[in-house]
Write a protein that binds this ligand. Structure first.
Ligand SMILES: *Cc1c(COP(=O)(O)O)cnc(C)c1O
Length: 218
């Protein structure tokens, strides 16, 4: 599928949900994709991208940014505390704030360098043991903890379990965000972004539907 087909589907989903055009931002997930495919999407005029590995982003985005200085890259995968400093240099947003230790490291860095990427707290809505994220029952407390550290919280992010109806998880994420006064909702991928938009997604993360299948899963 092409970028223009995806943006047309997004516009349609926004209209059907009675939402303003452009209120759901498309993060083109470029992880693992060959440089030519990423460059083609940049040349089509798209500027917002997502990567799930710090190392991989460090290897390719500095060069892309030379030619496309207004490109924006969001980290959507796990962040080790020892890579947080590098993440500050590489990303305009971090969607994977998933534990107190990382929040503390980010707060310390933000103090030190005087700026901070936009932050999303990753919530493990499916309570899957192998998956990162704050458990739903712990999320209100963690949000309060982050606020006490003056972290610039944009919203919440989730990756629903592969075998469950994603809209239940999108609705849960929306509910937790609303009761905490957070407006950002990073949810929805290639197979379910339309239902995420119907349930209030402000950032959808779409990879394979734009770029084609990945050669391997990172
Ligand atoms: C890879 C990835 C995506 C994109 O997945 P697609 O199914 O290719 O759209 C979205 N979110 C996260 C966190 C990812 O790692």
């Amino acid at each position: 599928m092409s970028l223009s087909e995806i943006t047309a589907r997004i516009a349609k989903a926004e209209a059907q949900a009675g939402r303003e055009a452009g209120s759901a931002k498309l993060i083109a997930v470029s992880k693992v994709q060959p440089d030519e495919r990423v460059k083609a999407v940049l040349q089509e005029g798209h500027r917002l991208f997502g990567e799930n590995r710090v190392q991989e982003a460090a290897g390719k985005w500095p060069a892309f940014r030379e030619n496309f200085p207004d490109a924006e890259v969001h980290l959507i995968g796990p962040l080790q505390t020892n890579k947080a400093r590098q993440a500050f240099e590489l990303f305009e947003a971090i969607h994977s704030v998933d534990r107190p230790k990382l929040a503390k490291t980010i707060a310390r860095l933000a103090q030190e360098v005087g700026h901070c990427p936009e932050l999303f707290i990753q919530v493990n809505t499916g309570e899957e043991p192998q998956k990162a994220g704050i458990l739903p029952a712990d999320t209100d407390g963690f949000i309060a903890e982050c606020r006490a550290m003056d972290l610039p919280l944009n919203g919440l992010m989730c990756i629903p379990p592969a075998t469950e109806e994603p809209s239940l998880h999108f609705a849960l994420l929306g509910k937790i965000a609303a009761r905490n006064g957070l407006s950002g909702l990073s949810m929805g991928m290639s197979s379910d972004f339309e239902s995420a938009i119907a349930l209030g997604a402000t950032h959808i993360r779409v990879g394979s539907a734009i770029f084609g299948a990945r050669a391997y899963e990172p």
